[in-house]
Ligand binder design. Structure first.
Ligand code: F6R
Length: 609
């Protein structure tokens, strides 16, 4: 995820910016840059690659000055490159901007500014901001930024410098985090506390819709409308490691809690302004090419494969195209029937998984068009696929995938709806209902997260067992497969996920007194059948923990403990029901004293077959 650092004071800003950016390296990035006001005006140096590359550039030609902004970019709009790196400037090179987040309406702003004579050099949404501010500037940078922000839609944090007012650093927050560090004769901005912790422990945490104007003498906080705000300083007593995790004990927990934001960012500009349909500008397929698709193969590994299983149901139900889902390590060895009318969808958080990449190449060799769903813009999978839907979950650091999986589900919902719109398999009113329910998901995840203590209690009981079962039907079955994998990989407890109706064909023999069974029963049309299967395990002594939808009263009568998730459309429940299962595995791992973020024998990116 991108990182922002800014400095105004009396020290050499270049060094402070670089040191601050190093503290944000853990967030992941693919390029970096700084802008410093020097005796020769505002100067920018930026480069693709690690910070060391930028440091070498700055070593050869230092930027001497005491006010500056810096950025580490994690590509979203446009590939990792020198030009796409931040800071971005306007054509006069008098304004410079660093930005985290997404400007949803950047295409229309870019068209408007281009018509006014602005020339753009990068593929980014951020470059629009520097041009927009330059076009609105009339001698007051604070006013120009305020006016610019009213024109921008999306989620963002900004750091802005202009050569015309070289003592001021302007910072803005709208949904992307930004903090202000307060020192003696010097002040800082940071997208994250570790960036400034070496220099000060006194910070203001900006809220959404707030901005700050920093000079050497002090910091003014105000709303985006210009009303001044007074706020107590927050004294940070975290060490640097805790600060990297934003106060959470582990990256995995932080990433579970980042899911509402990941959902919002992944939907972002892909839902049109009316809120009734999906816009996927990144899909290059023409309507004729979409109509020619005869079948879909979804190929992935591990958690991404589990997202693909849900994706199969989503595409089949919305677009009525037959879908097969394959584990990537099996796909090319089974001689799959791939034709030019097959759309192959590869799903990969990292975009570097060897088996998934090999499946992609096999599909292309056979003439199929390949769509990638990935979290990493410049990854191999993203580069080699014909079309890419990026999941804007931000970097995932914990080995166990959480927010990447749920963002992949969101990508499938968006793509399924897009197919339905193009093929006419669902009418406008139906699509509008699903889009509206999708937009309600982030708040519903927040509601689940607020009850994490309940799940913690269940996890502590589960952690004392060495075997357990997960059961469910339909989409619930696919979600429990992911729940079971999550529990295995970080708690090392053996579990099996079973289609609830399949138990009695053999596995029921393993159910004995006291064994925990986690039963998902969120699919209304399958509910009664799932309850029958729950009764089968109860009759053999299982201790059943059931997950159902709020408002459903029957499950509590047949299980030992229940947890309710907010109600949504049946097709969308996986994006909610997986969250308690993620928390369950996290707390079970914690209770067993395991290294949650780095489970034994596993690596975050599997680049060998
Ligand atoms: C489990 C997990 C793995 C990955 C799998 C594929 O929590 O993270 O199962 O999902 O290794 O990785 P990507 O998505 O990077 O291709």
């Amino acid at each position: 995820m991108c990182g922002i650092v800014g400095y105004v004071g009396n020290r050499n800003s270049q060094n402070i910016l670089i040191e601050g950016l190093k503290k944000l390296e853990y967030r992941g990035y693919d390029s970096a840059g700084v802008a410093v006001y020097t005796t020769e005006g505002l100067q920018v140096k930026k480069s693709k690659g690690r910070l060391a590359v930028l440091e070498t550039k700055l070593g050869d030609e230092p930027l001497n000055g005491t006010i500056g902004i810096g950025h580490t970019r994690w590509a979203t709009h446009g590939k990792p490159s020198d030009i796409n790196s931040h800071p971005h400037t306007d054509n006069s090179l008098k304004f410079s901007v660093v930005h985290n987040g997404i400007i949803e309406n950047y295409i229309s702003l870019k068209e408007e500014l281009t018509a006014q004579g602005h020339v753009f050099v990068s593929e980014t949404d951020t470059e629009v901001i520097s041009h927009l501010i330059a076009s609105l500037y009339q001698g007051d940078i604070v006013k120009a930024v305020q006016q610019a922000v009213t024109r921008m839609r999306g989620a963002f944090a900004l750091g802005v410098l202009t050569e015309y007012e070289p003592d001021k650093l302007v910072a803005v927050r709208l949904q992307s985090p930004l903090i202000i560090g307060v020192g003696e004769g010097e002040n800082f901005i940071g997208s994250d506390i570790p960036a400034i912790l070496e220099y000060t422990r006194n910070v203001y945490i900006l809220n959404d819709g707030e901005m700050a104007v920093l000079t050497r003498e002090g910091v003014e906080l105000m709303t985006l409308e210009g009303n001044f705000i007074s706020r107590e300083l927050f004294h940070v007593d975290w060490d640097i490691v805790t600060a990297e995790k934003a106060g959470f004990d582990h990256f995995m927990l932080k990433e579970i809690y980042e899911q509402p934001k990941a959902y919002r960012d992944t939907m972002g500009s892909r839902i049109d302004a009316t809120g009734k349909k999906v816009v996927l500008n990144e899909i290059g397929m023409t309507p004729e090419q979409i109509k020619a698709i005869r079948n879909v193969h979804i190929v992935a590994c591990g958690t991404a494969y589990h997202a693909g299983l849900v994706g199969k149901s989503v595409i089949e139900s919305l677009a009525r195209i037959p879908v097969e889902t394959d584990v990537a390590s099996e796909y090319r060895y089974r001689s799959p029937i791939i034709t030019p009318q097959t759309l192959v969808i590869v799903v990969s958080q990292s975009g570097e998984t060897a088996d998934t990449l090999a499946a992609l190449r096999e599909a292309k060799r056979n003439g199929a068009r390949v769509l990638a769903i990935t979290n990493v813009v410049g990854s191999s999978v993203a580069r080699e696929a014909d079309d890419v839907i990026v999941t804007w979950a931000g970097p995932e650091i914990a080995v166990a995938s959480t927010k990447a999986y749920t963002s992949q589900l969101i990508a499938f919902y968006l793509f399924g709806l897009y197919l339905a719109q193009t093929l006419g398999t669902k009418d406008e009113a139906y699509i509008a209902d699903v889009v509206s329910a999708l937009q309600e998901l982030p708040a519903k995840v927040e509601h689940i997260l607020a009850q994490s203590e309940t799940i913690k209690g269940v996890a502590e009981q589960v952690s004392t067992h060495n075997n357990l079962f997960f059961i469910g039907r339909g989409l619930d079955y696919h979600v429990v497969m992911e729940g079971s994998l999550k529990l295995k990989e970080i708690s090392y407890i053996h579990s099996e996920a079973y289609a609830a109706g399949e138990l009695k064909h053999g596995t029921l023999a393993l159910i004995e007194e006291g064994i925990p069974v986690i039963a998902l029963a969120t699919q209304g049309d399958l509910f009664e059948k799932t309850v029958s299967n729950i009764k089968e395990v109860k009759a053999r002594g299982a201790h059943v923990f059931g997950i159902h939808e709020e408002g459903e009263a029957e499950l509590a009568k047949v299980v030992d403990q229940v947890f309710a998730i907010p109600a949504t459309l049946p097709l969308l429940t996986p994006a909610l029901s997986v969250v308690p299962l993620q928390l369950l595995s996290y707390y079970a791992s914690l209770a067993r004293g395991n290294d949650v973020d780095k489970p034994r024998n596993l690596a975050k990116s599997v680049t060998v077959e």
